[in-house]
Design a protein around this ligand. Structure first.
Ligand SMILES: Nc1nc2c(c(=O)[nH]1)N[C@H]1C(S)=C(S)[C@@H](COP(=O)(O)O)O[C@H]1N2
Ligand SMILES: [Mo]
Length: 320
C-alpha cells in the first residue's frame, strides 16, 4: 500500500536552485500576447526549432478577482519546484525535473455523462468560455505544507451551465491525462493511473471551484498541471486534479485516486479540517513553503463562509 509522506520538510527542500523563467519564455509571452495564447506553438517552433515540450506563455486581459487573499504569495520558484504530480515521479522535485518535455498541444477535454450537451473542447476553446480571473487562493496539501498562489481561470460552474446536467447527475468525475510514454515514472508511482477525482454536484458548482489554466500571469507550467487543472481551495491539495482530459457527470459517488490507494487515510470529501487528524499525523498546523514556523490550519482552509453550509449536519469525522 502506498502511503503519503509524513508532514514537514526542510528549508533546503524549497530553496531556489535556478531561476525558472528565462528570457526565452518572456519572448514567447510577448509574441503570444496578441490574441491571448493562440498560435504559441508556432512561436515556439520559430524561436527554437522542433518543440521539446510545452512552455508557459503570458496570459493577457486577466481581471483581478475581488475575493483574493491578501496573504503573501509563495514564490514561483517554490510553487514550481515542490510539487506532487505522481505521473512524473513521487518525490517533490521530480515533477519539475521530469515534466519539461511534456507536450500539451494539441489538447482537448471531453464533457460526458448525465448532461444534455455532451461536448469536447480544445484547450483554446476552453480558455475562452469565460473571462479569465486571477484568484489568489491558499492551497493546503494533506501532508502539512501550504502555498498561496495567484491562479488564473474561471469558475467550473461555467462548464456546468453549458453542459446542462440532467436530473440524474449527482456527482462529477474527473480524469487526468496519462501516457506511459510521456510519463514513464508513472508506472512505478504506486497509484492507479490515470489519476481520478470527484466532487459532489454542489461542490463542483460552488463558485470557488476553479477551472485553472494559468498562474503567476502565465499559462500553467507542466509540473503544476498544464494545460488545465482544477483548484478546490477548501479541500486538501490532492482533490485539485491536474492535466484534466475528462469531465463526467454521474449518478453515483465516483472512485478517487487516494481513496482507492488507501481508504483508511483518504476519504472522498477531504475538506481541510484542523480538528480531524490524519491517522498518522495532526492536521492542526501547517508549514507555508518559504517560512520556518508552522501556522494554525484554518477550518475549510479559511473558506468556511463560502462552503460550510454545504456540509451542514454532516459528521465531518465520518465524511473525511
Ligand atoms: N494528476 C494528478 N493530479 C494531482 C496530483 C497527482 O499526483 N496527479 N497530486 C495532487 C496533490 S497530492 C497535490 S498536493 C496537488 C499539488 O499541486 P501543486 O504541485 O500545483 O502544488 O496536486 C494534486 N493533483
Ligand atoms: Mo497533496
Amino acid at each position: 500500500m502506498l502511503v503519503k509522506k509524513a508532514p514537514d520538510l526542510t528549508y533546503s527542500d524549497v530553496t531556489p536552485k535556478s531561476l525558472y523563467m528565462g528570457r526565452r519564455n518572456f519572448l514567447f509571452g510577448l509574441a503570444a500576447a496578441y490574441g491571448a495564447v493562440v498560435g504559441y506553438k508556432k512561436v515556439t517552433r520559430l524561436l527554437e526549432g522542433p518543440p521539446t515540450g510545452s512552455k508557459p506563455v503570458k496570459l493577457m486581459g486577466v481581471a483581478k478577482w475581488p475575493g483574493s487573499t491578501d496573504e503573501k504569495e509563495t514564490s514561483l520558484e517554490d510553487v514550481t519546484h515542490y510539487n506532487n504530480f505522481y505521473e512524473f515521479g513521487t518525490s517533490k522535485t521530480d515533477p519539475a525535473a521530469n515534466s519539461q518535455n511534456f507536450v500539451t498541444t494539441p489538447w482537448s477535454v471531453s464533457v460526458e455523462g448525465e448532461v444534455k450537451n455532451k461536448r469536447t473542447f480544445t484547450i483554446d476553446e476552453m480558455m475562452k468560455l469565460a473571462p479569465l480571473e486571477e484568484r489568489i487562493y491558499r492551497h493546503r496539501c494533506v501532508e502539512g505544507w501550504s502555498i498561496v498562489v495567484p491562479w488564473i481561470g474561471y469558475s467550473f460552474s461555467t462548464i456546468m451551465r453549458l453542459a446542462e446536467p440532467t436530473a440524474k447527475a449527482k456527482f462529477v468525475a474527473f480524469e487526468s491525462y496519462y501516457s506511459p510514454k510521456q510519463m514513464p515514472e508513472g508506472g512505478s508511482a504506486g497509484i492507479e493511473l490515470p489519476y481520478v477525482e470527484g466532487l459532489r454536484l454542489d461542490e463542483a458548482m460552488n463558485p470557488l471551484t476553479l477551472l485553472t489554466v494559468g498562474m503567476y500571469d502565465e499559462t500553467l507550467p507542466n509540473q503544476d498541471g498544464a494545460p488545465v487543472r482544477l483548484v478546490i481551495p477548501w479541500k486538501y491539495g490532492f482533490k485539485s486534479i491536474k492535466s484534466l482530459v475528462r469531465i463526467r457527470f454521474v449518478k453515483d459517488q465516483p472512485p478517487t485516486t487516494w481513496n482507492i490507494s488507501n481508504a483508511h487515510e483518504y476519504g472522498f470529501y477531504s475538506n481541510v479540517n484542523p480538528t480531524v487528524d490524519h491517522p498518522r499525523w495532526s492536521q492542526a498546523t501547517e508549514r507555508r513553503l518559504g517560512e520556518f514556523r508552522r501556522r494554525p490550519t484554518l477550518m475549510f482552509n479559511g473558506y468556511a463562509d463560502q462552503v460550510a453550509s454545504m456540509y451542514a449536519g454532516m459528521d465531518l469525522k465520518k465524511y473525511y
